[in-house]
Design a protein around this ligand. Sequence first.
Ligand code: RP5
Length: 197
Amino acid sequence: MVIDVETGPGQAFHVAIILGSQSDIGRMAPAMETLERLGVPYEVTIASAHRTPERVAGWVAGQESTGAAVFIAAAGMAAHLAGAVAARTTSPVIGVPLSGSAVGGLDALLSTVQMPPGVPVATVGLDAAQNAALLAAQVLALSDPALRQRLVQFRQEKAEAVESAAGKLSRDGWRSFLPEGDQKMSPKHDGGGVSRG
Ligand code: RP5
């Protein structure tokens, strides 16, 4: 699948996303959504470092030849995928370790982050699909001022959400953030804070 958003002359680079399994799509959806929101072209595929190693190699080579500037590789369990991609390209590779295993994703985290010297993988947090997309977009923005401006706007929206939450807190109190049924939480369970309001 190729999503080509606002690509014009001089903007041929794209982000190449590889998922270890179709079972990873739900956790990685925020990466695709974020790239679309930022107007960043991307391609996405499924290939496994263990089940289809040749497909991984062929896809990475194909992506390099068609203008992939950054790779995002997401996998769970013994997550060798980001390392396998990094072994085949000198472009930046962002690894996303995925949770969901019997050990809660610690296996994927260590497999992705602990690369041996010489073949780096820029690892984001467990299931941190949006951060992977933002980091990839920031790399592309080094040579794309319009994208950089969209990233600035994205940060501004995040800041406004914090300002809005802080305003609600001082206006309506901390209980207003709790679900309806929990708003009468008794003082012994409220963390012991002293209210001056
Ligand atoms: C990894 O193994 C995949 O990235 C996935 O997170 C995990 C389980 O894969 P499935 O058995 O669901 O295909 O390679």
